[in-house]
Design a protein around this ligand. Structure first.
Ligand code: SF4
Ligand SMILES: [Zn+2]
Ligand SMILES: [Zn+2]
Length: 307
């Protein structure tokens, strides 16, 4: 297998090309920067909060954003600590090490401070697959922390595999509204207190982000969360991997279809009164119902702890 740019021995072949180490690195950065440019994800002077779990994907994203945007933008790393023993505590140490070496300031926000319980406690209070509850709290806290740090955007390391999973999950749940809120800039409606989420790695696969972290010497934990791999997302993730190996390019085609739907129906979505956001009556954050999902989780935890 030869690099398509220099004919030396290649280390990867993907829908983005076949490359040696050096051309893989430069191509990876080129795709990321062109996604940022094409969709206007980062504008000069904006404050960018990088959602940083301390894993390979988010550290690779922080590496590129720090490398190319630290001179023109204020960059802050935000870590949400779910409170998962033996997992998040380790990645937080890695996150601190890289933020210090790349001279990026970091902030940590915990579920325990916000909801009065860690994820480990929540799994005991509420048996079953915890990812739905975890996702609600993470989305809320990312938005809250980004707003607290006056960020204009939240950059997440969602890659092509993550986005394909989201598309397929929404397809099988017949959730068209959620489907068209995906894309390089998440969300459609603009609302006071809502910080848009951007995905510079959306057109890069999980395999490529992992390789990029390795060839750049980013030593991050590769162990997944102990609660991952279960439930609907786990099933969809396995099915997409099978599909991609039998029909290469499937993931990219899913993304392209979602983008076409988004372009076609975004205006109708914004104009539909059903999709209007309101202020949560408890915390004031943007919400689709009177009480936001995170406040509902918080109330539920409080109730479970008292019984
Ligand atoms: S796998 Fe589930 S529980 Fe673990 S961090 Fe992700 S959403 Fe949370
Ligand atoms: Zn090459
Ligand atoms: Zn609320």
């Amino acid at each position: 297998m030869k690099c398509e740019a220099c004919k030396q021995s290649a280390i990867i072949s993907s829908s983005n090309g076949t490359f040696c180490v050096e051309h893989f690195k430069s191509n990876f950065e080129r795709i990321t920067l062109s996604t940022i440019k094409k969709y206007k994800l980062i504008n000069p002077g904006e404050t960018i909060a990088v959602a940083n779990s301390g894993g390979k994907d988010s550290l690779s994203l922080l590496y590129i954003i720090a490398k190319y945007f630290k001179k023109t933008n204020n960059v802050v790393s935000i870590t949400i600590d779910e409170g998962i023993a033996g997992y998040r505590d380790k990645t937080i140490e890695t996150m601190k090490k890289y933020c210090e070496s790349w001279d990026v300031k970091y902030k940590i926000y915990s579920y325990n401070d916000f909801a009065g319980a860690t994820m480990d406690m929540i799994t005991k209070l509420k048996p079953g697959i915890p990812c739905g509850t975890c996702g609600v709290l993470r989305r809320y806290m990312l938005n809250f922390s980004a707003a607290e740090n006056k960020a204009d955007k939240i950059a997440t390391a969602h890659n092509m595999d993550d986005e394909a999973e989201n598309i397929m999950m929404n397809l099988f749940q017949n959730d068209f509204e959620k489907m068209i809120r995906l894309g390089p800039v998440s969300g459609i409606a603009q609302y006071r207190g809502f910080v848009p989420r951007i995905k510079p790695f959306m057109f890069i696969s999980e395999k490529e982000t992992m390789l990029f972290s390795m060839v750049n010497g980013i030593n991050a934990l590769h162990t997944p969360c102990p609660y991952s791999g279960f439930g609907f997302r786990g099933v969809i993730s396995r099915k997409i991997k099978e599909l991609e190996s039998e029909m290469p390019g499937s993931k990219r085609h899913m993304l392209d279809l979602m983008m076409r739907l988004k372009n076609e129906y975004s205006d109708a979505y914004v104009e539909n009164p059903r999709n209007k956001l309101v202020d949560c009556t408890i915390c004031g954050a943007p919400a689709s119902e009177e009480i936001c999902e995170a406040c509902n989780v918080k109330l539920q935890i409080k109730q479970l702890k008292s019984t």
